[in-house]
Design a protein around this ligand. Sequence first.
Ligand code: BT5
Length: 262
Amino acid sequence: MNEHSLKKTLSKFNIGGLRYFDSLGSTNDEALAWATENARDLSIVIADEQTQGRGRLNRKWFTPKGSALAFSLILRPAAHTAMSPHLSRTVGLAALSIAESCRKLGLAPRIKWPNDILLNGKKMAGILTETVWSGDRVDSVVVGMGINVHSASVPPEEFLQFPATSIENELGKEAPAREQILYNIIESFIHWRERMGTDELIKAWEESLSFRGEQVQVKAGSENPIIGELLGLESDGSLRLRDANDKSIIVRFGDVSLRPTA
Ligand code: BT5
């Protein structure tokens, strides 16, 4: 993967711009900085290796050289009217795009709400969305995606709270080139962004959810976990559960960690 191969891969799409790095701290940091310098809508920052890759709450995201996809999209909602009223769906848009790219390879991905993609119950991708505000208006949204493509991208076990895998491990054979996977993700992303406000997007997102119909526990910060059956999504992308008293519970975004009950 290099700047030339990426330019060629992305030439079919009307992207805003491309910044490629052999090695970078974090593509989200670079994208946030570029956003404040007036990057165009759908600009992409991509790195072969990240030395300071970030998850939520500054958790570390492992991106060793030559094995993963790590990139960030800069979105300018004002330049995209289908998107601007539905920003709370952005993480779903990203998750669905990654999930569809896996399905094209014959894999069976599930979305662990809100921001993980699982293959065979193990995490193969994570999403980190960050917002740049201009007063009380959203100036841009940066959507970072980290995808484990080759086996070497899977972190050592001591690094993890949840088991991890890669596309290659689950395919049981060599994975396609990272450029090909990126192409498929961007194609889905553009398709679904045009349909950002539709019920179809919520339906496709909901159908890909992991643990649907199962008992899960949802933990937000230090509060006691909420336990209930995972029913589906609200129209803003919040999660809907039913507790033991048949009461409906809505879990909004935030630092939420979802687990099946034992
Ligand atoms: C995430 O956070 O899953 C969001 C990850 C987003 C990474 C992308 S890469 C491109 C862009 N640039 C960045 O700097 N970030 C974004 P969270 O749900 O908080 O999960 C983080 C946890 O996942 C860590 O604490 C580890 O336990 C685990 N983890 C780290 N690297 C992993 C990997 N490569 N595969 C699977 N799990 C990993």
